[in-house]
Design a protein around this ligand. Structure first.
Ligand SMILES: Nc1nc2c(ncn2[C@@H]2O[C@H](COP(=O)(O)OP(=O)(O)OP(=O)(O)O)[C@@H](O)[C@H]2O)c(=O)[nH]1
Ligand SMILES: [Mg+2]
Length: 315
């Protein structure tokens, strides 16, 4: 029996093994993905994003209770783009969350950059597909919502929840970082702290022009993740967003967007991997670098020539 057949028959040991293969990104991982890909596309992928320490893990931990209470199977991928190795705080999160929900309806996996370069979003997409094929109804992705990785990872989700907390410059940071644009639901966490209502009002104002451009409203909710307050309401809102997407036909649009981002992230990663891994093995690159260094050619024209050559399959 192949690993994927074992996954489909409910063998719990097959899941972490396939994920490891896919994370590694080699041929065996690709073969597994090809085999399981037709089984995917059903899960509700939810991104939970926000600045470091906003309470993402605590909120997810509390959400697991609401989701299991609704009888759904849920998987969590905690992605830490800043961490070079899996471990530390991320691993701590995993242990905390696993202790509380040690049943087979919950699966938690941490992923770190591990020197992957730009490949984190592509690797995360692969893991999402494995969990989807394994029949998890909901897949939560925790990520710090900053940088290219953060945005790319968020775009894998059907629903993006953006967390903000009082005392970090009152929403201005999020607005500047472009985080509000990617949010379907905004959450003011640590609502037990001073300034939470002011922050909520600022966010409501800020999303008004955004909400006018998309269908429906962008809700702003208050939670105290540490005590569970407001968390059931957040789960209701996540479910409502899923229903809205399906009823309005935007679910298929989201799938298209996710596929588009996965393809583009993959192309970027593959080009970087092939070219940057050993630039000296590619004579055209070596020649271009020398031409730019000796002032015979600008980088811009060298790059254009290289890309043209590449698309003609000459590299
Ligand atoms: N007062 C208060 N503290 C909270 C709340 N939610 C989380 N915390 C605390 O905030 C700290 C950070 O929480 P985490 O859940 O680790 O935050 P995070 O966003 O996952 O952090 P990173 O993964 O490191 O980016 C912890 O000490 C939590 O106990 C809340 O609603 N109110
Ligand atoms: Mg965390």
């Amino acid at each position: 029996m192949s690993l994927v057949e074992r996954l489909r028959s409910g063998d719990a040991r097959a899941l972490p093994r396939i994920i490891s293969l896919v994370e590694r990104g080699g041929d065996a991982g690709q073969r597994a993905l090809t085999e399981l890909y037709p089984l995917t596309g059903r899960a509700h992928v939810v991104g939970i994003t926000g600045p470091p320490g906003a309470g993402k893990s605590t909120l997810i931990n509390a959400l697991l209770g609401s989701i299991r209470g609704a009888g759904r199977r849920v998987a969590v991928i905690a992605v830490d783009p800043s961490s070079p190795v899996s471990g530390g705080a991320v691993l701590g999160d995993r242990i905390r969350m696993t202790e509380r929900h040690a049943d087979d309806g919950v699966f938690i996996r941490s992923m770190a950059a591990r020197g992957r370069g730009g490949g984190l979003a592509a690797a995360t997409a692969g893991v999402v597909h494995v969990l989807d094929a394994a029949g998890f109804d909901v897949i939560l992705i925790e990520t710090v919502g900053a940088g290219q990785d953060g945005v790319e990872i968020a775009s894998l989700a059907r629903t993006v929840v953006v967390l903000q907390v009082p005392g970090l410059g009152d929403g201005v940071q999020a607005i500047k970082a472009g985080m509000l644009e990617i949010g379907d639901i905004l959450v003011v966490n640590k609502a037990d702290r001073a300034g939470a209502r002011d922050l909520g009002r600022t966010l409501r104002q800020a999303v008004m022009p955004i909400a006018a451009n998309v269908t429906g409203q962008i809700p702003v909710l208050y939670t105290v993740a540490a005590s569970g307050e407001g968390v059931d309401e957040l789960w209701v809102e996540i479910e409502r967003h899923r229903h809205d997407l399906i009823d309005s036909g935007r679910w298929d649009e989201k799938i298209l967007t996710a596929a588009r981002n996965e393809v583009l992230a993959g192309v970027r990663t593959e080009i970087e991997r092939r070219l940057l891994a050993s630039p000296h093995d590619v004579p055209a690159i070596t020649a271009a670098i020398e031409a730019v260094a000796s002032r015979r050619q600008t980088a811009g024209s060298a790059v254009r020539a290289l890309i043209e050559t590449m698309f003609q399959g000459k590299l």
